[in-house]
Design a protein. Structure first.
Lengths: 437, 471
């Protein structure tokens, strides 16, 4: 793999490129999908491809090369196309290597895993033990090797392996719960616990009734808070800010969340999102996106950092900066205290389909799914369905009044796109709407 | 192109290894994306994505494996993988596929001007000139983001029942995202258009006119827009709104895999059950169609990714739930035939049940006729925010370009009109369907795990809904 990366960079430089990056990726991931308590398909990937980034006289071109037997021809073609392109005045170069990286921490037991059926069975067992009738989800063994070379002296190798399971348990179409398990160590992987959580919520969510529009206190379960943290992480990318797709423009140093909220991105920490370096080869590190409610930084690569007179935050993607692994700092409330303080509200356990009317203002809505529970004076007094959280991203984050002491690592299809450590949270006066019939 | 004999080899080898059914799909996709952000050509993204995916049935389980290394050794390894993991499924009831006759054919989408013959400079200029014209409007446009994307998809599909299908689909897309400001207020718009065909599709889409019209309407809404009225009133919805509602609340809930629970953990299930065929879901004037055979629509195809011939599907007919979207697996469970709805976004993922080009079937009303019958209501031409729950029952569409209708006349622009209705409430309120028709809007429809964002056209005529709650 190193040879391929080396060859791509050398060839690009020989053809006149000033900057070149090649990340050769070996993907050996494996997945089991299940539904109706049975395996529906198993998938295995065996692919080696190269992510390539070339710059010819400030003309930027990016590519994925799949046919590694024709590397030279592929690079020649890319350079030819780059020559016909236009200068990008915002391009400001690559990070200067070489760099030293943290030691590799991959669990060999995960890499060697050939069959995940037992994990699927354990998760289904956990859910059905709580009374669930129907379970669906995915088990993943993620296994990727990266060999990175850049024209600025970077030589990096990484092996990223983790286990993941997502399970939705259903008592009926409208009584369901969701649980996830995330681990970078086989010994920490607990799919049965995820099954129990999904099953418990499904069993609690029996016979829901249509909810009522209004303003409520909301207890956010870690899975749905993870979705809201994901919105902060993704929309703090400097590229997204420049594209007009973020409510964080001109908000550095300003209050964007409650003072108890601190959100970090840290690709170097132990999580499913751990990676030793970003796409430019810069060693990943912890940075505060939001600290005590104040927006501290956008996520940068070398070019966006220069544009904003900042330093790279080691979040380079091939073109745009992205978060690697997010974390919301735990608070000082117990989970029980979070619920006790919810006087007239709802406990939301999951959500999907988050969409904006205005990214500039942060006006958005998202649709809670799985268990939706009516809470009065800390007690569950009913089960709801068919509601929508319709509010403003900054308002929601400014309305957080309590965070739990414990956090869960969550990651979920579409909504929690980056592995995230999320606590329980209590927010006051959040707007709920519902459909007219 | 790789050695296509390997595709046939994969199928033969899988059968030898104990697969009761095997298929192999080789794909070679040439993709170009040109990204223009605030007048800066950020990057060109050029890829040649190619490889082989193999799917097998063995001991009642389904296994899929993929590689981009096209050698006999590598193909053997992924076939071994697919058979091994299929057998490991230990299912109580074996997966079977509904029978299909084998097809041997070649098909392709004609191009008047081949995408491969158009110079890179011309493709870049296509978005640069829109950007320049937009700047000439002298509006305060805080952010402009354009993307021009071209895809040429070669496929070779072989299965163990004798099907051998070669196909070629060229596709063109144009997307934009605009943020217009006026005295501190912002209006945002995201539009996505696409066609199957050659470079002539760019002229058919007419993105320049569309973008300039949109920017002007955004400025008009900011300068003159009023708060949208609240209460029960009539709604006249343009093709874009009819299209998104067709996609979200007709197409998705009639996907048979969703109905059967296969997507329950991710994209969700459906308010429709296997016994819902024939049940009322809308007014008698509502026909919603999914049709992969619409020539030059972005999701045009002749055969699906299971080698089944495509055809028009009436999802809702005369206001009734009429037909599900089926692949061979769901068809077997439901005791019917596939209707050719199985698609995959690339070689390295399984094909699953997908929509193609989904729209309200046009009828005979003129838009002016619909409007003149409205005493008070809203004419919503486009939307920005939208979403729907995972059973596809509670949809929301928030207006981008919308106007008040007073005594049959379109008057003041109104901002952020919210249509938040159940699926039967939306379709049950339709009393008039227009004769106009548009199918240029092209979404990236998301489904499955790993997620497959697939080309899907959505459109139709203008429709009128009576007495619905808006705010």
């Amino acid at each position: 793999m190193e040879d391929y990366a080396e060859r791509i960079v050398d060839k690009a430089l020989k053809l006149g490129c000033q900057d070149a990056v090649a990340d050769v990726i070996g993907n050996r991931s494996y997945q089991i999908r299940f539904a109706q308590n049975q395996v529906v398909i198993s998938n295995q990937w065996r692919e080696t491809s190269a992510s390539v980034f070339l710059v010819y006289n400030k003309r930027v071109i990016a590519s994925e090369i799949k046919d590694l037997t024709k590397l030279d021809a592929a690079v020649e073609n890319l350079v030819k196309i780059a020559k016909a392109s236009r200068e990008n005045p915002d391009y400001a170069g690559l990070a200067e290597g070489p760099f030293k990286y943290d030691r590799l921490t991959v669990d060999k037991r995960i890499v060697d895993l050939m069959d995940g059926s037992d994990f699927v069975e354990a998760a289904i067992h956990g859910a059905t033990a709580e009374g669930a009738k129907e379970c669906a989800g995915s088990f993943w063994k993620y296994d990727e090797e990266h060999s990175l070379r850049t024209s600025n002296g970077v030589k990096g190798y990484d092996h990223r392996a983790s286990l993941y399971l997502s399970i939705r348990a259903l008592m009926s179409l409208e009584s369901s719960g969701h649980g996830v398990a995330c681990a970078t160590r086989m010994s920490q992987f607990d799919p049965e616990k995820a099954g129990h959580k999904a099953g418990k919520i499904a069993a609690l969510a029996k016979d829901p009734v249509g909810g009522e529009a209004g303003t409520y206190d909301i207890v956010f379960d870690p899975l749905i808070l993870g979705s809201l943290i994901d919105q902060i992480g993704g929309r703090s990318s400097a590229y997204i800010v420049m594209a007009g797709l973020s409510p964080f423009a001109k908000k550095i140093g300003k209050l964007v969340a409650s003072k108890i909220v601190t959100i970090t991105d840290d690709g170097s920490a132990d999580s499913m999102g751990r990676q030793r370096f970003d796409a430019e080869g810069v060693p990943t590190k912890k940075k505060f996106i939001v600290r005590n409610g104040v927006l501290k930084t956008y996520l940068h690569n070398t070019s966006t950092a220069k544009k904003f007179k900042a330093k790279t935050t080691a979040n380079a993607g091939l073109i745009a900066p992205w978060p690697h692994a997010l974390s919301c700092k735990p608070g000082n409330w117990t989970r029980d205290e979070i619920f006790e303080e919810c006087r007239d509200g709802l406990w939301l356990t999951n959500t999907w389909y988050t969409r904006y009317q205005s990214y500039v203002t942060g006006d958005f809505s998202t649709i809670p799914r799985d268990g939706i529970f009516r809470i009065k004076d800390g007690e569950i007094v009913g089960v709801w369905k068919d509601i929508r959280l319709t509010d403003n991203l900054l308002h929601v984050w400014k309305s957080i009044v309590g965070l739990s002491k414990t956090v869960d690592q969550v990651n979920w299809w579409g909504e929690v796109s980056v592995p995230t450590f999320a606590p329980y949270a209590l927010a006051r006066k959040i707007r709920i709407t519902r459909s007219a019939e | 192109m790789a050695d296509l004999d390997l595709v046939e080899f994969a199928v033969d080898y899988a059968r030898k290894k104990g697969a009761t059914y095997a298929e192999a799909r080789f794909e070679h996709q040439r993709n170009e994306e040109f990204i223009l952000k605030n007048s800066v050509l950020d990057a060109l993204y050029i890829t040649e994505d190619s490889g082989l995916g193999v799917r097998v049935l063995a001991k009642g389980g389904l296994g899929f494996a993929a590689t981009n290394a096209m050698t006999k050794t590598d193909v053997r390894v992924i076939v071994d993988d697919a058979v091994r993991i299929a057998k490991a499924a230990r299912r109580k009831d074996p997966i079977v596929f509904a029978p299909e006759d084998p097809i041997v054919m070649e098909w392709s989408v004609p191009q008047k001007k081949k995408l491969s013959d158009v110079p890179v400079e011309e493709k870049i200029e296509e978005i640069l000139h829109i950007d320049r014209e937009l700047a000439d409007l002298k509006l305060k446009i805080l952010a402009r983001f354009f993307q021009q994307a071209n895809r040429q998809i070669d496929k070779y599909f072989v299965n163990s029942e004798g099907s051998k299908i070669r196909s070629f689909s060229p596709r063109v897309r144009l997307d934009y995202f605009l943020t217009v400001m006026h005295y501190g207020n912002a209006e945002q718009s995201h539009q996505s258009y696409g066609r199957s065909g050659g470079w002539e599709a760019v002229r058919e889409i007419d993105m320049l006119r569309r973008t300039l019209d949109e920017a002007k309407s955004m400025q008009n809404a900011l300068a003159h827009g009023k708060k949208s009225p609240e209460g029960k009133m009539d709604l006249v919805a343009g093709p874009m709104v009819a299209g998104i509602a067709s996609h979200e609340s007709c197409g998705h809930p009639t996907e048979a895999d969703r109905v059967l629970g296969r997507e329950a953990s991710q994209a969700g299930k459906s308010f429709i059950t296997p016994t819902s065929i024939g049940q009322k879901v809308g007014s008698p004037v509502v026909n919603v169609v999914d049709d992969p055979t619409m020539e030059h629509a972005i999701a045009f195809y002749v055969t699906d990714d299971e080698g089944v011939k495509a055809r028009r599907r009436y999802l809702y007919k005369d206001g009734m739930i009429n037909e599900f979207l089926q692949n061979r697996e769901t068809a077997a469970v439901l005791g019917t035939q596939s209707n050719g709805a199985s698609r995959a976004v690339t070689y390295n993922v399984e094909a699953i049940v997908r929509m193609a080009n989904t729209f309200v079937e046009p009828k005979d009303w003129g838009t002016d006729e619909m409007l003149e019958d409205v005493k008070y209501g809203v004419y919503m031409k486009s939307f920005m925010e939208w979403n729907i729950d995972d059973k596809r029952y509670n949809g929301k569409y928030v207006g981008r370009e919308a106007y008040l209708i007073e005594e049959g006349e379109v008057t003041t622009p109104v901002r952020n009109t919210v249509v938040e209705l159940t699926t039967p409430a939306f379709w049950g309120a339709v009393d008039a369907v227009g004769k106009d028709f548009e199918l240029f809007h092209s979404g990236y429809c998301g489904k499955s795990d790993p997620s497959q964002a697939l080309d899907a056209a959505l459109g139709g005529p203008t429709i009128r809904l009576r007495n619905v709650y808006l705010r």
